[in-house]
Design a binder for this molecule. Structure first.
Ligand SMILES: O=C(O)C(=O)CO
Length: 287
């Protein structure tokens, strides 16, 4: 960020990734030449949209091209967490594997379950489509308002936030990080969840109150959590969440396939070029 602040002066465009904060300070440092900011991400919580809008700076982002890849990783993380794969490989490698035992390393299965989606968008739909063949019984979701067009694609029922907490056997967080969603996965949510529930977050770490999640996981209030995103990133290796067997933590890799990262970079570059030329961007974020 310090380097960026130094070098941004006089730039006409910025191509950034999600770790770069594009805020008033950076925009001031860039100066009046700046016409376009193109982020190589679908998330845009690192951009101060008000500040960009005020200055008439156009914004490009990369929705759609990463949906399949993120949904796939979400399913992988969900299964790794619910079926305790990381614990299991560790046991196999380190001598914990004794004779076959009836309840050893038992987890929770998707068949006949209720899957809840917090924030139904493209990614939530793609996750549900992938989970359906695992014989999920019911999909439910909550959002600021019902989204019937998307929900119909996966036959998902709109429920309140509380009902989502109460009914979900698996809860996947798919919402954007905004002031409204900041910290919404907190004690209030976890305390209403089932004891067998698995919590999965591949959106942004900021939606989760990590102290509350630690408490919920360590006291057995919920069964497990799979996180691809944390606060901060990287999560310090001494963080308490790393001590829990029922918490699987990945280093923000949901969109990390060669195909998807290539598509994201091409889209980000094309957004930037179109913005600089004053042409319509392939994917512009309307401010
Ligand atoms: O695109 C995003 O917003 C990510 O988090 C990484 O792909």
């Amino acid at each position: 960020q310090v380097e960026l602040l130094k070098k941004v002066k006089g730039c006409d465009g910025i191509l950034c990734v999600l770790t770069e904060k594009i805020d008033a300070q950076l925009l001031e440092a860039a100066g009046p030449n700046l016409k376009v900011v193109s982020t190589m991400s679908v998330g845009f919580d690192h951009l101060s949209l008000d500040e960009l809008k005020k200055r008439g700076i156009r914004v490009g982002y990369t929705p759609d091209v990463l949906t399949d890849c993120v949904a796939e990783l979400t399913v992988a993380l969900l299964l790794a967490t619910s079926r305790r794969l990381i614990e299991a490989t560790h046991e196999a490698k380190t001598g914990g594997w004794g004779t076959w035992r009836t309840l050893w390393l038992c987890g929770h299965e998707l068949a006949n379950s209720t899957v809840g989606i917090l924030g139904l968008g493209r990614i939530g739909v793609a996750i549900a489509e992938r989970l359906k063949p695992f014989k999920v019984k019911k999909f439910i979701y909550t959002d600021v308002a019902p989204r019937p067009e998307l929900a119909n694609m996966i036959e998902a029922e709109y429920v309140s936030f509380d009902e989502l907490a109460k009914q979900s056997d698996f809860l996947a967080v798919c919402c954007a990080l905004t002031p409204e969603t900041h910290g919404i996965c907190n004690w209030n949510l976890f305390s209403k969840m089932k004891k067998n529930a698995i919590f999965i977050n591949t959106s942004r770490g900021g939606v989760v109150n990590q102290e509350d999640l630690y408490e919920a996981l360590s006291t057995g209030l919920i069964a497990g959590a799979g996180l691809d995103v944390t606060t901060p990133e990287p999560l310090p290796t001494h963080h308490p969440l790393f001590t829990l067997k029922n918490c699987v933590i990945l280093p923000h890799i949901a969109s990390a396939s060669y195909t998807t990262r290539n598509a994201m970079s091409a889209l980000a570059a094309n957004n930037l070029l179109a913005g600089l030329r004053g042409e319509p961007m392939p994917k512009e974020l309307k401010l």
